[in-house]
Design a protein around this ligand. Structure first.
Ligand SMILES: *[C@@H]1O[C@H](CO)[C@@H](O)[C@H](O)[C@H]1NC(C)=O
Ligand SMILES: *[C@@H]1O[C@H](CO)[C@@H](O)[C@H](O)[C@H]1NC(C)=O
Ligand SMILES: *[C@@H]1O[C@H](CO)[C@@H](O)[C@H](O)[C@H]1NC(C)=O
Length: 397
C-alpha cells in the first residue's frame, strides 16, 4: 500500500512538473507560431486524407472565439439532398483531432462517408480556439472558467451556429467531458429545440465512484486547487517540451501504462499516439472535476464557502444540474465500457438510474466489456462495434 501511494505521488509530481514547464514553453511557442500562418485542422488532418473541409468560427456570448470544422461530403460524394448535420464534441485536454485518426477507423470520416454533414467542435482554451474579443490566452482572466461555461456558452454557440448554417436540427456525439457538457446543457433546457438526438461515448456525469487511481488521488490531494492558488490558471498537461519529455520517457517505460492508470486498460488502441495530442484546459475546470469526484454530485463550480457561492449564485451552495429534467423523449445513446476507469460502470449506472423514466424506445445502451475510455474514439474496431450501431440509431431518429 505504502509503495503504491509513493508511486502515485511520484507520478503526480511528474505530471505537475510537466504542466509547469509546459506553460513556459507553450508561451514561447505561441510567440513563434503567431508570426507564421498557423495551419488549422482542415489543412492538417482532413484535406490530407482527401476530404473537402471548411473552417468556421463562432463567438460565444462571453467573448470566446471558437473554431469548428465542417466535412460536408464523404469520399464517394454519392448522397444527394439535405444531409443530417452531426456535431462532434471532444473530451478533456483534447480537440477535434480525436475524431480524425484515419478514414477507416475514425468517426469524423466514417460519418462523412455515410452521408452525414459533419461538424467538429474545439472548446475554448484549445490551440484551435484560443481567440477572444478582448482577452489573450496569456492573461489569467482568459482561463477563468470551468465546464459550466463549456455547457452554458460553448456548446449552445456550436449548436446554434450549425443550426443557422444548415437549417436543420442536429445529431450530437460527445466523448467524455463532451458528454458532461451536453448533459449539463440539456438539463438546463438549453438547445433542446434544435437537438435531434445525442450519443454519449464514455459518459461522464456522476464521478463519485471513479476508479482511476491517478485521477482519484489527484482529486483527494486537492492538486488542482494547489496549482490554482500558486497562480497557474492554465492547466497544460502535454505542451511543448512536456510532450517531448513524455515521449522520451515513453521510449524507456511503457507509456500505455501511464495512460492506462488514468483511463483504464484500453483494449484496442493502434498506438499510444493520443498522448501527443493533449491540449490545455483551465485549472478551474480541473478543480471543478475534482469537486465532483470528491462529492459525487453534479453541481456548478463550488467557490468553497457560503458567502462566495451567494455572490455568484444567490444561494449558499452551488446550483445542481438535474439529470431527471432531461426530457424523456430526447433520443439518447449511451456507449460505455467495462474497463473504463473514468466513466466507471457504477457511475454510469447511477446516470442510467436517474433516466429510469426515459421513454425506453428513445434510450439505447451499448455496453462493451473489453472497452476502456479511449477505445470509444481510438479503438481499431470501434467502427464495427460502436459506430455502426450509433449510425443506425441516428437513422432511426
Ligand atoms: C471569474 O469570473 C467570475 C464570474 O464568472 C467572477 O465573479 C470572478 O471575479 C472572476 N475571477 C477572476 C479571478 O477574475
Ligand atoms: C494503425 O495505424 C496505421 C496508421 O494510421 C495504419 O496504417 C494501420 O493500418 C493501423 N493498424 C490497425 C491494426 O488498424
Ligand atoms: C428534477 O427534475 C424533475 C423533473 O423535472 C423534478 O420532478 C424534480 O423535482 C427535480 N429535482 C430537483 C432536486 O429539483
Amino acid at each position: 500500500m505504502i509503495v503504491n501511494k509513493t508511486i502515485t505521488s511520484l507520478a503526480i509530481l511528474l505530471l505537475l512538473n510537466i504542466s509547469a514547464s509546459g506553460v513556459r514553453t507553450k508561451l514561447h511557442r505561441r510567440l513563434v507560431e503567431t508570426s507564421n500562418d498557423v495551419k488549422g485542422i482542415c489543412q492538417l488532418m482532413v484535406e490530407t486524407q482527401g476530404y473537402a473541409c471548411e473552417e468556421h468560427k463562432v463567438t460565444t456570448e462571453d467573448g470566446y472565439i471558437l473554431s469548428l470544422q465542417r466535412i460536408p461530403t464523404g469520399r464517394s460524394n454519392s448522397k444527394k439532398g439535405a444531409k443530417a448535420p452531426v456535431l462532434l464534441q471532444h473530451g478533456l485536454i483534447s480537440d477535434a483531432s480525436t475524431w480524425l485518426d484515419s478514414p477507416d477507423q475514425s468517426l469524423g470520416f466514417i460519418l462523412a462517408d455515410n452521408g452525414f454533414d459533419v461538424w467538429l467542435a474545439n472548446v475554448r482554451g484549445t490551440s484551435y480556439s484560443s481567440g477572444h474579443t478582448s482577452l489573450t490566452p496569456d492573461s489569467s482572466d482568459y482561463w477563468n472558467w470551468s465546464w459550466d461555461e463549456l455547457a452554458i456558452y460553448d456548446l449552445p454557440a456550436f449548436f446554434r451556429y450549425v443550426h443557422d448554417k444548415t437549417g436543420q436540427k442536429l445529431h450530437y456525439v460527445g466523448h467524455s467531458l463532451g458528454t458532461l457538457m451536453a448533459l449539463g446543457a440539456f438539463s438546463r433546457e438549453e438547445v433542446l429545440n434544435i437537438a435531434r438526438s445525442a450519443a454519449m461515448l464514455s459518459p461522464i456525469a456522476y464521478m463519485g465512484q471513479m476508479l482511476s487511481p491517478l485521477a482519484r488521488a489527484a482529486a483527494d490531494l486537492f492538486i488542482a486547487d494547489a496549482l490554482y492558488w500558486l497562480g497557474l490558471k492554465k492547466f497544460a498537461p502535454g505542451g511543448g517540451a512536456a510532450s517531448k519529455l513524455l515521449k522520451d520517457i515513453c521510449t524507456t517505460i511503457d507509456c500505455t501504462s501511464i495512460e492506462n492508470a488514468i483511463t483504464g486498460p484500453n483494449c484496442c488502441l493502434n498506438s499510444s499516439s493520443s498522448l501527443s495530442k493533449q491540449q490545455p484546459t483551465a485549472t478551474k475546470n480541473m478543480i471543478h472535476l475534482a469537486q465532483m469526484i470528491r462529492k459525487g454530485t453534479i453541481e456548478m463550480y463550488d467557490y468553497g464557502n457560503g458567502d462566495d457561492n451567494n455572490k455568484h449564485y444567490g444561494q449558499g451552495t452551488p446550483p445542481a444540474y438535474n439529470m431527471t429534467s432531461i426530457p424523456n423523449d430526447l433520443p439518447l445513446f449511451l456507449g460505455y465500457g467495462g474497463q473504463d476507469l473514468l466513466s466507471d460502470v457504477k457511475d454510469v449506472q447511477t446516470l442510467i438510474d436517474t433516466l429510469s423514466d426515459h421513454d425506453p424506445n428513445k434510450l439505447v445502451l451499448l455496453y462493451r466489456e473489453d472497452y476502456a475510455h479511449l477505445d470509444f474514439v481510438h479503438g481499431t474496431n470501434a467502427n464495427q462495434v460502436v459506430y455502426d450501431p450509433l449510425m443506425a440509431f441516428f437513422e432511426r431518429n
